[in-house]
Design a binder for this molecule. Structure first.
Ligand SMILES: Nc1ncnc2c1ncn2[C@@H]1O[C@H](COP(=O)(O)OP(=O)(O)OP(=O)(O)O)[C@@H](O)[C@H]1O
Length: 341
């Protein structure tokens, strides 16, 4: 082993709109929300990253700014992205090593990304200390993470419902055959919940509260087999301006999310229409694979399979399948033809 290899450490990163995960030595070493808190007076100074920054979100005073550097799966704030990546990599080694390693990084990117956006990911990683950067398209990473043999001559449809976007992709022979992406995903579900409580209960709530409601009782259908109990929700009364509490049921949330889920269903149907017939017949036999945090929405698999009339499988650990697949690609970076250098 050469001196260079000795100091080279490998990490695989799922740089997501909502969450960033890093695999190092086959372990998920970092799993943090994609958010950073910066000093407004010195934008190069990071005050907190990940969960700590999220706790500050929507509660800051004028000298702190919390930033989500990614929007719809791509870098929207280059400076914040670079600082966030740098701080998250530091979490891999909580104790500062004597000789800082040089990083070989595999990062997943949305398949619809432009060359300029791709450059921004590479530059951010290099600025954050990466010596070698490899890229992989998210649906390919998701498929590897789910355990699909992406190289066989069989079509598989992967639906990745993340924070900013839902990607619907057909994969065969180690390539992407068709690909659709819509900007309706977890963040839109959260916004739907905020809007419904404002409209029907005159209750103003923040993004974090809405996301918690979604996670605790969010549902894609009003007809769940194991319904969760109603939960109390605190916010500010729109009319009186005074804080108040109401009880919210999962049926109300299912109603609020209905339109967005309908749009996802429509996009899946459109993608199926565009799939070449031989691959469509594989998908008919195998069904669809659902991944990303949105796959955890109660009853979504049931609703989709009723609408599309195909089996729908939820990935084992939908929030981690992309990073696991990115890790697998990193181990085989010189072998897989779809890894981008
Ligand atoms: N139990 C749950 N029920 C419903 N939604 C959930 C649940 N857990 C997480 N989510 C949502 O999943 C989304 C995050 O998913 P994920 O980490 O796959 O996205 P991402 O990779 O960061 O986003 P993108 O792929 O758009 O870049 C968030 O909107 C989050 O609120």
């Amino acid at each position: 082993m050469g001196l260079f290899n000795w100091f080279t450490q490998e990490i695989a990163m799922d740089l997501g709109t909502a969450n960033t995960l890093i695999i190092h030595n086959d372990q998920v070493a970092v799993n943090e929300p994609s958010i950073v808190a910066l000093n407004r007076n010195n934008p190069k100074e990071v005050l907190a990253v990940g969960k700590r920054a999220l706790m500050m979100h929507e509660k800051t005073h004028e000298s702190i700014r919390t930033v989500r550097p990614l929007k719809d799966g791509v870098i929207a704030d280059f400076n914040a992205a670079e600082l966030m990546i740098r701080e998250l990599i530091k979490l891999v080694y909580p104790k500062k090593p004597l000789f800082p390693p040089s990083w070989r990084m595999m990062i997943c990117i949305p398949s619809s990304i432009t060359e300029v956006e791709k450059r921004a990911v590479r530059d951010s990683a290099e600025q954050a200390g990466a010596k070698e950067v490899y890229l992989i398209h998210e649906p390919m990473a998701a498929a590897l993470g789910i355990g699909i043999d992406v190289e066989e001559p069989v079509g598989n449809m992967i639906i990745d419902i993340g924070g900013g976007t839902t990607g619907i992709t057909v994969i065969a022979l180690a390539g992407i055959v068709c690909d659709q992406s819509i900007r309706i995903a977890g963040d839109e579900f959260t916004a739907d919940i905020m809007e419904a409580l404002r409209r029907y209960h005159s209750l103003l709530i923040g993004e974090r509260t809405a996301e918690q409601i979604k996670i605790q009782i969010g549902a894609a259908t009003k007809d769940l087999d194991n319904p969760p109990d109603d939960i109390p929700v605190n916010g500010r009364d729109l009319v009186t301006g005074i804080p108040k509490q109401i009880m919210v049921s999962y049926q109300e949330i299912a109603e609020a999310l209905d339109k967005s889920i309908f749009k996802i269903e429509e996009a899946i149907l459109k993608a199926l229409e565009q799939t070449p017939p031989e691959l469509a017949s594989d998908i008919y036999r195998r069904g669809l694979y659902l991944t990303g945090g949105g796959a955890l929405l109660r009853g979504l698999d049931k609703r989709l399979s009723q609408k599309i009339k195909l089996p729908v499988h939820i990935a084992d650990d939908p929030l981690k399948s992309v990073v696991r697949g990115t890790g697998i690609a990193l181990q085989n970076y010189d072998k897989y033809p779809f890894v981008m250098r």
